[in-house]
Write a protein that binds this ligand. Structure first.
Ligand code: ZN
Length: 135
């Protein structure tokens, strides 16, 4: 890592003078706003998961029959909430370690505009598109 093998790698700004300085599109204010956004999302998802888990357990046959479909919806909701929560927590970890805002695939900084919309994004818009097209 960080070794200059040929000219292509020079663009990989891995020399950490200040970790944040290498992520040019993001100012400290941007990072603060994104961190707050991520923390709010984390709270929201944790809350959502608590609510999903806190469904009253009834033994009534009619309610049980009706709730079979609801259970399926709940399981799906919980799964997606957990997925987003994991992404949000991973983004907060990256932020704490000073390597936030860089694409996991091409290692280029992710566009500021993209991060403002999806603060937990792991990939730049281009790599995300490639991944989705490959499904
Ligand atoms: Zn990328």
């Amino acid at each position: 890592m960080g070794e200059v093998v040929n000219n292509q790698i020079i663009d990989d700004r891995d020399t950490p003078v200040s970790p944040m300085a290498s992520l040019s599109p993001l100012s400290p204010e941007d990072l603060a706003a994104l961190q707050e956004n991520l923390r709010e999302q984390r709270l929201f998802r944790e809350d959502q998961l608590r609510q999903i888990a806190a469904v009253p357990s009834r033994t009534d046959a009619l309610i049980q029959r009706r709730s079979a479909a609801q259970t399926e919806v709940r399981v799906k909701l919980a799964a997606s909430a957990r997925m987003v929560l994991a992404d949000v927590e991973a983004a907060l970890d990256r932020m704490a370690e000073g390597r936030y805002g860089r694409c996991h695939l091409c290692r280029r900084p992710i566009d500021r505009e993209r991060l403002m919309i999806v603060p937990q994004a792991r990939y730049c818009a281009r790599c995300q598109q490639v991944r989705e097209a490959g499904r």
